[in-house]
Design a protein around this ligand. Structure first.
Ligand SMILES: *Cc1c(COP(=O)(O)O)cnc(C)c1O
Ligand code: SF4
Length: 335
């Protein structure tokens, strides 16, 4: 039986909000009561990877503060146009680990399905900002090749829906995919890697909760917040509805200079996440993707931050500091 979908064919509230996302740097600065020259705009960077940020997320930024940690995550700065050696377009070796288009099989037991290239927000540090989504989109053929690959390998017990952001796809697309996955007997877990509950909490609506709750598979959602200010009351409500639907919530963050590179910011993020029912999972060292060098925190400083964090939080609120190495059999812990 297919999970029930409340109103098929209609535009959901979240889809309308998504369509109203801000894409103009000058409009964003104006909304924040900042002068047009408050931040050095990267014209070229902004053309290659456009500004995109939902209005609800902008509302959580501090007015009049060009250094706001949420603003820094989305504003295309001139700094992005600095090309440095060691920064590449595919820093994590994704293109070498694709047995069928859009399906990454790097680690034992789990595969990652690139369901879409679209995101609700464009994070300037994103390691997938240069990913050739249009060539590697498994949805082009209704995911048939990816599903066949998964069905034919019984060592796979978990499928990760990723992207881009899988929750930018409609529930009319996702619910049947989840159903087809749950029909594969050796699968035990369905995981979603998504930033939507944070950047567009309206996405967590009845239609989504319905199919998540209805699945035979244990569902895990790894959300992505980098700073405590991203979690306001609307986000907390969305997260608690997910928990009530039986979804296990974890968070991954990226360690970002000027955003969360202090023990105070990281501790407050963990505290706020836990209050919202989310366990801190990974803290990633920045992947060295072209255009993101101004976010880099060096490993020695990152290790010191982790030590300070362990000294002020219970162990279960300390995320694992990890780094991704192309070709490695797991994310690698950084000690
Ligand atoms: C990060 C990642 C995973 C998930 O790794 P976990 O350690 O299980 O969270 C799986 N596949 C790919 C390709 C990944 O990049
Ligand atoms: S939501 Fe995730 S995939 Fe999309 S731009 Fe941000 S970090 Fe990248």
């Amino acid at each position: 039986m297919l999970p029930r979908i409340s109103v098929s064919g209609q535009t959901a509230t979240w889809q309308k909000l998504l369509a109203q996302a801000i894409n103009s740097p000058s409009e964003l600065l104006e909304m924040l009561h900042l002068p047009a020259n408050a931040l050095p705009l990267g014209q070229l960077a902004g053309r290659q990877f456009a500004l995109r940020v939902p209005r609800g997320y902008v509302a959580r930024m501090r007015k009049g503060d060009p250094d706001d940690p949420l603003l820094r995550q989305v504003f295309p700065l001139h700094d992005e146009e600095i090309l440095l050696p060691g920064y590449s377009a595919d820093p994590v070796g994704d293109l070498a680990a694709m047995p069928v288009p859009g399906l990454l099989h790097k680690y034992h037991g789990r595969v990652l399905l690139v369901t879409t290239g679209a995101c609700a927000i464009h994070c300037r540090y994103c390691f997938r900002r240069h990913f050739p989504y249009s060539d590697a989109n498994p949805a082009n053929h209704d995911w048939d090749a990816a599903l066949q690959y998964i069905a034919s390998d019984a060592t796979i017990n978990e499928v990760i829906l990723s992207g881009g952001d899988p929750l930018t796809l409609s529930d009319q697309r996702l619910a049947p995919l989840a159903q087809r996955l749950s029909d594969i007997p050796h699968l035990r877990r369905l995981r979603l890697h998504t930033r939507l509950p944070i950047v567009l909490p309206e996405r967590v609506d009845e239609a989504l909760l319905d199919w998540l709750h209805g699945s035979r598979l244990k569902t895990v959602m790894v959300i992505h917040a980098n700073h405590a200010n991203e979690i306001d009351a609307t986000v907390a409500t969305a997260l608690s509805r997910l928990t009530q639907a039986g979804v296990v919530l974890l968070n991954q963050s990226v360690l970002l200079r000027g955003v969360n590179d202090s023990v105070r910011a990281l501790a407050e993020l963990s505290e706020r996440l836990f209050e919202a029912g989310v366990t801190p999972y990974y803290l990633h060292l920045l992947d060295k993707v072209q255009g993101a060098s101004h976010f880099d925190v060096n490993p020695a400083q990152a290790q010191q931050l982790m030590q300070d964090l362990r000294n002020c939080l219970p162990g279960y609120l300390v995320p694992r500091l990890v780094h991704e190495h192309a070709g490695a059999p797991s994310k690698l812990p950084v000690y």
